[in-house]
Design a protein around this ligand. Structure first.
Ligand SMILES: [Zn+2]
Length: 64
């Protein structure tokens, strides 16, 4: 079972490996995120939510 690094939800579809992760502590052996076009990814952090919206090509909530 894979947990998305952006939204902390379970990834039901094929996960997307995150390269160059922030954590080098080795707490997690691998880091995954929802695919860029996944609608299941709804991060709680606003900045990450905007980032995901831009990945999907949606209109960002702000900054534009
Ligand atoms: Zn996600």
């Amino acid at each position: 079972m894979n947990i998305c690094v952006d939204c902390d939800r379970v990834i039901l579809g094929p996960p997307e490996p995150v390269s160059g992760g922030e954590s080098m502590s080795g707490a997690r052996e691998a880091t995954y995120a929802h695919p860029a076009d996944s609608l299941d990814c709804r991060p709680l952090v606003p900045a990450k939510r905007i980032f995901r919206d831009e990945l999907r090509g949606d209109r960002p909530a702000r900054y534009r």
